[in-house]
Write a protein that binds this ligand. Structure first.
Ligand code: DC
Length: 219
């Protein structure tokens, strides 16, 4: 099986790029952030505070996460319910960053992610794909863009969805989330030693896609 790992901070465009590269190469796109988001949704719905590691760890035993594909789009199934429509809010984003630092939460998803890559050619995005989930990936990309650019993109996305939002708050949230994701003890966000850096700040989507596809073909 073949695999590509894409890691990087929030809003760098990982999922947009990974989806397009998957289409071009005939790979399956696996969005690992969506899996962590579904667990955060469970904790929010059950009123479990992010700081309460013991309760969060206990709740992990009540959670089953799986994924399915509908028209090529990944759907996250949380205890039998398709939760794709509920996991993209700012509240869930922050709760996900707050709770994905706990070992129990990460344990729950690691084998699911590795099993997917054993069965299919995958391009997987997240924070620890190149360093932890798929250390033997054929290609590892660390995709970045400036915080201002990442906030601007996220703002546009929310506006298009008709959600009320404020650019400064989004930029602050993105920076806070990155700080937390980079500084946690287990599987922090950091580039793998053998990762290639791609700075998407001044690149068009197509340009980034072509860069990744040609890097893969060379690798
Ligand atoms: O990629 P995303 O924005 O959907 O990820 C949401 C949060 O999930 C992110 O702040 C950190 C966490 N995450 C993680 O810890 N490990 C991953 N492989 C993917 C996401």
């Amino acid at each position: 099986m073949h695999s590509i790992a894409i890691d990087g901070p929030a809003g760098a465009g990982k999922s947009t790029i990974a989806k397009r590269v998957a289409k071009e190469l005939g790979f399956i796109y696996v969005d690992t952030g969506a899996m962590y988001r579904s667990m955060a949704l469970y904790f929010l719905r059950h009123g479990i505070p992010a700081q309460d590691e013991e309760k969060i760890s206990e709740a992990c035993n009540e959670i089953t996460v799986s994924i399915e594909y509908e028209n090529g789009e990944q759907q996250v199934i949380l205890n039998g319910e398709n939760v794709n429509g509920f996991i993209r809010t700012e509240e869930v984003s922050m709760m996900t960053s707050d709770t994905s630092k706990y070992p129990k939460v990460r344990e729950k998803l690691l084998s699911l992610q590795r099993d997917l890559a054993k069965k299919k050619d995958v391009i997987m995005d997240g924070r620890d794909i190149g360093t932890c989930v798929l250390p033997d990936a054929d290609l590892k990309i660390f995709l970045t863009a400036s915080p201002a650019e990442r906030a601007r993109r996220r703002f546009k996305e929310l506006q298009e969805k008709g959600e009320e939002c404020d650019l400064d708050t989004i930029e602050k949230d993105i920076i806070a989330r990155d700080e937390q994701d980079m500084n946690r003890e287990i599987s922090p966000l950091r580039p793998a030693e053998d990762a290639s850096f791609v700075d998407a700040s001044y690149m068009a989507i197509e340009e980034v896609v072509d860069t990744v596809v040609s890097m893969y073909r060379k690798a």
